[in-house]
Design a protein around this ligand. Structure first.
Ligand SMILES: *Cc1c(COP(=O)(O)O)cnc(C)c1O
Length: 457
């Protein structure tokens, strides 16, 4: 087989700034050793997130020019609505300024004290919105998904038995909806099989609970189904995605991921009453139902992006470039979460820097060193992001895994950028014995990783 190439040519370029190691040390220190607080222009290769960082196509940019900015009933809304309906099949399409706004609206309506929301794994904003409503967010990943080393096809799956057990224990009346996140971002960007979505739906139906998909990476998930699940090899990604959505009663979507835009999202659902309540909140917090916190031009770009993202040449390149990074790092001995996920490679910080205790944040230490060594920005997904303190003892309760995420923006970097990343990560790994722990000097009460400040020990 020939080399899988970037399925586009470059029409417009954006220079990146080079800094010296010395400069980066001082930049990082001033940012409290938290890469979220670094200026983006001081980053060479930005793998902080794949969210809102996509390069838009020429057609999306022309859609930006062509956007209808009418307050009500804009042509761009109808194009957006048609694209989302065609993909998801849902009856009500509600645009929001990003994914979390859709979550906020949804959980404001269905959440609240005494309620539980099960999910294969909540993304951080999803969890925050569930908890902010007073409800409890429950993660039920399949067992194999909790093991970072096993190679399996669908490690993002929901634990179906645990889900049913949970419903029986808590009572279906206390569970306003079940969510399933595709791909499973917080669990390594691992895909969820169609079989697992179907079984989740069966359980949901049995107890008369609606099923919602957190659909941010629906196209990447559908591509994995095509490649890995029996019976899907000859079905188009678009049709696979449609089949996924047909199993659900609604979805939340961050268009900043698989709609290939820099801002946007939506809530889509079938239930008329829920849709009415959602639009009522939308008008107060986002905007009129035909723009919902977005400009007409954004709606155009989303509609176009939803068509481009299911292109199989694009997905082949997308998934292969992440896999290539994972393969090369593995070859150099770097411990990563296996197998490579759809949008990111996750370094296994516990194995990478075993000399650093979890209370001293091994992932954060790796994140800092990747920046100092090569100007690469990554993010810790471990005790900094998800750590909690025990109410009685004040001791840190760590999540199951300590990871460093290298998220790959869509259509932004070329193979030589990825080769450079491989070199830097490998160099940091070779010098891993020098890595030191960190201490938190400031933290906010919620989503602390965004603003926390650290000090090296
Ligand atoms: C990004 C993301 C969200 C939130 O979307 P925003 O657009 O960042 O608000 C929700 N769920 C998952 C799985 C995500 O990756």
């Amino acid at each position: 087989m020939k080399t899988i190439i970037e399925p586009f040519k470059i029409k417009s370029v954006e220079p990146i700034k080079f800094t010296t190691g010395e400069e980066r040390e001082s930049i990082l220190k001033n940012a409290g050793y938290n890469p979220f607080l670094i200026r983006a222009e001081d980053v060479l290769i930005d793998l902080l997130t794949d969210s809102g960082t996509s390069a838009m196509s020429a057609k999306q940019w022309s859609g930006i020019m062509d956007g209808d900015e009418s307050y009500a009933g804009a042509r761009s809304f109808y194009r957006f609505e048609k694209a989302v309906k065609n993909l998801t099949g849902f009856k009500h399409i509600i645009p929001t300024h990003q994914g979390r706004a859709a979550e906020k609206i949804l959980f404001t309506i269905v959440g609240g004290g005494g309620k539980f929301i099960p999910n294969n794994t909540h993304f951080d904003t999803t969890r925050a919105n569930v908890e902010f409503s007073g409800a409890i967010a429950i993660d039920l990943p399949c067992k194999i998904g909790r093991d970072p080393d096993t190679i399996a096809d669908f490690k993002g799956n929901m634990d179906i038995d645990a889900l049913e057990e949970f419903i029986k224990t808590q009572g279906a009346e206390n569970i306003p909806l079940i969510m399933i996140t595709v791909t499973n971002n917080s669990n390594g960007g691992q895909p969820v099989s169609m079989e697992n979505i179907r079984k989740t739906k069966d359980v949901a139906k049995k107890y008369n609970i609606p099923l919602f998909i957190d659909a941010c990476r629906f196209a990447e998930n559908a591509y994995f189904i095509k490649k890995r699940e029996k019976g899907y090899a000859n079905i188009s990604v678009q049709e696979i995605a449609q089949e996924m959505f047909a199993l659900a009663d609604g979805c939340t979507m961050s268009a900043k991921k698989d709609a290939l835009v820099n801002m946007g999202g939506f809530l889509a659902l079938n239930d008329d009453d829920l849709a009415m309540k959602a639009r009522n909140i939308l008008v107060v917090t986002e905007g009129f139902p035909t723009y919902g916190g977005l400009a007409g031009r954004d709606l155009e770009a989303i509609a176009q992006g939803l068509e481009e993202v299911v292109d199989e040449h694009y997905l082949t390149y997308r998934i292969r470039s992440v896999e290539y990074l994972g393969e090369k790092l593995t070859k150099h001995g770097v411990p990563i979460l296996q197998p490579p996920g759809g949008h990111a490679i996750y370094l296994n910080a516990k194995k990478f820097a075993p000399q650093i205790s979890l209370e001293q944040y091994p992932g954060q230490s790796i994140v800092c060193e990747l920046y100092i060594c090569g100007g690469i920005r990554s993010v810790e997904i471990g005790s900094v992001m998800f750590g909690k303190y025990d109410n009685q003892t004040g001791k840190l309760i760590s999540p199951n895994m300590e990871l460093v995420r290298l998220a790959i923006p869509r259509r932004v970097y070329t193979q030589s950028h990825i080769d450079y990343v491989i070199e830097v990560v490998t160099e940091v790994y070779q010098k891993r014995n020098n890595l030191k722990g960190y201490r938190i000097t400031f933290e906010a009460p919620m989503l602390r990783h965004f603003t926390a400040r650290f000090e090296p020990l």
